[in-house]
Design a protein. Structure first.
Length: 447
């Protein structure tokens, strides 16, 4: 990447004093963990108009509770209303937006101009942030949306750091960028593979992640230039129940040998933790983490690592040093190999996964600290995954809690000894080697 000139900013509203750390929250519990572990804001989905129909999503009552909780910690709640609406989707949008405003949502994240226009007209007190689904990549487009009255644009994931610098140079507006999480193999998420394969509309919340599937590959053995009629094609597809239907009288040669791994084409995940100084200096106002479908352990671990890095840089830019422990933490939550996306270079074949993925993180969320007694050194733990005496566990939390120990004895709340914490949400007591606090987490290595 070439040398960048640091952009000059004017206007406090369009240049946050400190970058916002924006975290995903697939449900109310994840929202609370994200805020406890350092998120300045969280983005959630309602039960309509969002792109994550597979998440738990929020009722209006849950949104109200989430907003009230976030406010206690100085955090905000945004709602993704980022579908591309068909005619039948538009009915009810006005009531939905009024309800979002009434429960205290700070902003909505929008892709479709009809929702942008309706929100600005109907609930002007509800901020509208432009979704990454709009694939906004250049300063002229950003300028257009600023003139439309939007205070923030979420850039397409394909935007490079040099392009962000150019945008900030020309347009005085808040810029939000994804800095961690899954990357779509399509263009800013606008994919129709799911629509064709499963009749689930990617752009109305139904993506089945077709790009993560495994496929058989065949080479067509027809002579070059051979023409097959539409009737023959249709007949072949009707007769053969296969993802690679054979055409009548035509040989297709398998490209896989028996025992080979099926073909897949998912992209590696984005990770910009090592580039926090560049992200801040280029002028990104909101650092967005992807993952409303991810686990509580994932959300807490990733938010915690970025929180520490951002705070360390802002406290002492000249003396800032990336700590290996932050990277180690991310690796405990990583679901796929990591890279830097489009920020520095255009990804190539090395940035995709063409073989079975190294599955999920090597650690499980084992327990949540509910109480701690300093005199006895005893903690009350809510079980989240099976653990037992003799296992090594690791405690971590937002206030620099971090240590490993072996589980010694376990007792239930009545003081009866236990041979394991095996029941979901079971409350058990154990002695801990160092002080812990409410909402610290205990994890264990997967066996």
């Amino acid at each position: 990447m070439g040398t960048m000139t640091k952009p000059q900013y004017k206007g406090k509203r369009y240049r946050l004093d400190k970058p916002e750390l924006l975290a995903p929250a697939g449900n109310l519990e994840k929202l609370k963990f994200a805020v406890h572990y350092g998120a300045d804001a969280v983005y959630i989905g309602g039960q309509k108009y969002g792109l994550r129909s597979g998440a738990d999503n929020f009722s209006f009552e849950e949104m109200r509770e989430g907003v009230e909780f976030a406010k206690k910690y100085g955090a905000k709640v945004f709602v993704a209303t980022n579908i591309y609406a068909h005619n039948e989707d538009v009915a009810g949008i006005e009531e939905y937006l009024r309800n979002l405003y009434e429960v205290g949502i700070a902003a909505i994240i929008v892709a479709d101009p009809v929702i942008v226009d309706t929100a600005r007209r109907l609930v002007p007190g509800l901020e509208v942030h432009l979704s990454t689904q709009q694939s906004t990549l250049n300063w002229q487009a950003v300028s257009f949306w600023k003139e439309e009255g939007l205070p923030r644009v979420v850039l397409g994931r394909e935007t490079s750091l040099e392009e962000i610098a150019e945008i900030k140079k020309h347009v005085d507006i808040e810029i939000e960028s994804f800095i961690h999480g899954a990357m779509c193999s399509s263009y800013s998420g606008r994919c129709v593979l799911s629509n064709h394969f499963t009749d689930r509309d990617s752009n109305r919340g139904g993506c089945c992640q077709s790009c993560r599937w495994k496929y058989d590959l065949f080479e067509d053995a027809r002579p070059e230039g051979t023409w097959v009629s539409e009737e023959d094609q249709a007949e072949a597809e009707a007769e053969v129940q296969s993802p690679s239907p054979l055409l009548p009288g035509v040989t297709q040669i398998p490209l896989h040998q028996q025992g080979d791994n099926p073909f897949s084409m998912g992209s590696k995940d984005l990770c910009m933790l090592e580039s926090i100084p560049e992200l801040i200096e280029v002028g990104i106002d909101s650092f967005k983490i992807e993952g409303r479908m991810k686990s509580i352990h994932y959300v807490a671990t990733v938010v915690n690592a970025y929180r520490k890095a951002i705070d360390a840089y802002m406290a002492d830019p000249e003396g800032y040093e990336l700590k290996q422990e932050w990277l180690d933490e991310l690796n405990k939550a990583a679901n796929r190999p990591l890279n830097t996306g489009f920020f520095y270079d255009t990804p190539d074949h090395e940035d995709h996964i063409y073989e079975p993925e190294e599955k999920a993180a090597p650690y499980d969320f084992a327990g949540l600290v509910l109480e701690y007694d300093a005199e006895s050194g005893m903690a009350l733990i809510q079980q989240r995954n099976h653990f037992k005496p003799g296992q090594e566990v690791e405690f971590f939390g937002p206030n620099d809690t971090f240590f490993k120990q072996t589980v010694a004895e376990l007792w239930d709340e009545a003081g009866n000894p236990l041979d394991a914490a095996r029941h979901p949400l079971q409350r058990v007591r154990m002695k801990v080697d160092q002080p812990v606090a409410y909402f610290d987490m205990m994890r264990k290595r997967k066996s």
